[in-house]
Ligand binder design. Structure first.
Ligand code: C2O
Ligand code: CU
Length: 462
């Protein structure tokens, strides 16, 4: 159900506009006012997502439409109040942010449920700049599938200057021909690559178009917040350089060319807009049998004649470097399982178990979880030897700490700092980290059906 008839024309926020919207009066005039608490009210709404009229039972945070893009500043305190106006428990997880364990939003592992009608105050200071996102960690397939996925931009005031910025929240919806939700998953697909959405959107629109200065440098921040879909990204009609992946600068920039990114992942692109007024650049997903234009960018005004090489590098985030020589190794094997251990749990299980880590299928989020996958000593270095024994690709995500990709058995890898690694079938990869954040940290596949049918666990740092 493509939405080609419902194109939207939107202006790329000029940086000044973006800051003003994010910071309000105090920020605009540089006054040192305390940041107000961001209210995030999870509630039910309706939204125009397809050509078939409004979809009911959409979930969002905030007033109307898509969950707000949150603008934080590296090293500055942030506070948000989750108000649960759903009719079931929820929580918020701040994906990729290295914050204290009790703010991490995982039921039982880090905090109690936030029950219907209750609220919870989150407060933390983001140590890293980059593109991140937020979502519930309870009944996740339904809550995320129905809309609760939002983008977080953590600004670094020292970042290089762009001529415009666009943030894209990419996700699908499982809608029937009548525009209403259909079953969120099919068990036979959960045991394979997952159940795909039927309507694909960027910022809850079919194929939005954004204006950006001709010949200018556009910062494109993209978050894949879908529960299933893996993308292969390309840009047509403009040069695009990959400048950051999963919130962290790439070790060296490279042109966007069929970059594969899975659920949970983010990429920051520097796009050099075409010189000719009205020329259009197209961001495409070319993976699978139905390639799609994700969004388009129209050059406006006379050319600014910028050059991608003008851009100074992004500053590295302060992620500790593992001492590879002394690092202890931890083996983590992803596999299919026939062992059924799924237990009833409000937040945690789809009632099936298809997948396992180190042969143990996660039974669901319960007050009495299985043992940690490994116990790590605070301050020590570790290498995760992650192995994919399945014929499917898995975006594997660790909470609370970032790791560096060291080596892969099947491809050349850059020493990327990240929180999510998209592991191919039959691939073995080494991921290095310093266990510098105490707590129980969830470790799971971000294809939510895989996570919720067993491919989940946690690392304990004490
Ligand atoms: Cu996006 Cu458990 O995470
Ligand atoms: Cu998976």
């Amino acid at each position: 159900m493509p939405l080609l008839t419902r194109r939207k024309f939107l202006a790329a926020s000029a940086m000044a506009g973006g800051y003003a919207a994010g910071l309000g009066i105090a920020g605009r005039f540089g006054l040192a006012a305390p940041l107000p608490t961001q209210i995030l009210k999870a509630h039910k709404t309706e939204a125009q997502l397809s050509d078939s009229g409004p979809t009911k039972n959409v979930l969002t945070y905030g007033d109307a439409g898509m969950p707000p893009t949150l603008r934080l500043t590296k090293g500055k305190p942030f506070a948000a109040q989750l108000i649960n106006a759903l009719d079931e428990p929820t929580t918020i997880h701040w994906h990729g942010l290295r914050i204290a364990n009790n703010m991490d939003g995982v039921p039982f592992l880090t905090q109690p449920y936030v029950n219907a009608g209750e609220s919870f105050d989150y407060a933390f200071t983001p140590p890293d700049a980059g593109t991140f996102w937020y979502h519930p960690h309870c009944n996740t397939l339904t809550q995320m599938g129905h809309g609760l996925t939002g983008v977080i931009v953590v600004e670094n005031p020292d970042d290089p200057k762009f001529d415009g910025e666009v943030v894209l929240n990419l996700r699908d919806w499982r809608l029937g021909k009548d525009g209403q939700f259909i079953a969120q998953f099919l068990p036979r697909d959960a045991g394979k690559s997952g159940t795909f959405g039927t309507v694909r959107t960027a910022n809850w629109m079919g194929e939005p178009q954004y204006d950006a200065p001709a010949g200018g440098l556009l910062r494109l921040r993209i978050a894949i917040t879908d529960v299933t879909r893996i993308y292969r990204m390309n840009m047509e009609g403009a040069d695009a350089a990959v400048i950051a992946i999963d919130g962290n600068p790439v070790p060296s920039r490279f042109p966007l060319d069929s970059l594969m990114l899975g659920p949970g992942q983010r990429v920051d692109l520097a796009v050099r807009m075409p010189d000719a007024e009205g020329a259009i650049a197209m961001l495409k997903d070319t993976r699978g049998t139905s390639p799609k234009t994700i969004a388009t960018f129209r050059a406006v005004g006379s050319s600014l004649k910028r050059d991608l090489r003008d851009l100074t590098p992004l500053a590295e985030n302060p992620v500790a470097k593992a001492d590879v020589a002394t690092a202890r190794r931890i083996s983590l094997a992803l596999s299919a399982t026939a062992e059924s251990t799924a237990v009833d749990s409000i937040c945690g299980s789809l009632g099936y178990s298809f997948w396992a880590i180190n042969k143990v299928p996660w039974p669901g989020d319960t007050p009495d979880p299985t043992a940690p996958l490994a116990e790590l000593k605070l301050g020590n270095s570790y290498i995760l030897d992650l192995e994919n024994l399945t014929p499917h690709v898995h975006p594997i995500h660790l909470h609370g700490m970032s790791f560096t990709v060291l080596a892969s058995s099947t491809r050349e890898v850059a020493p990327q700092v990240t929180d999510t690694y998209l592991i191919n079938a039959d691939e073995k990869v080494q991921l290095a980290l310093v266990a510098d954040n105490p707590g129980d940290w969830a470790f799971h596949c971000h294809i939510i059906e895989h996570q919720k049918t067993g491919m989940s666990g946690y690392l304990r740092v004490t």
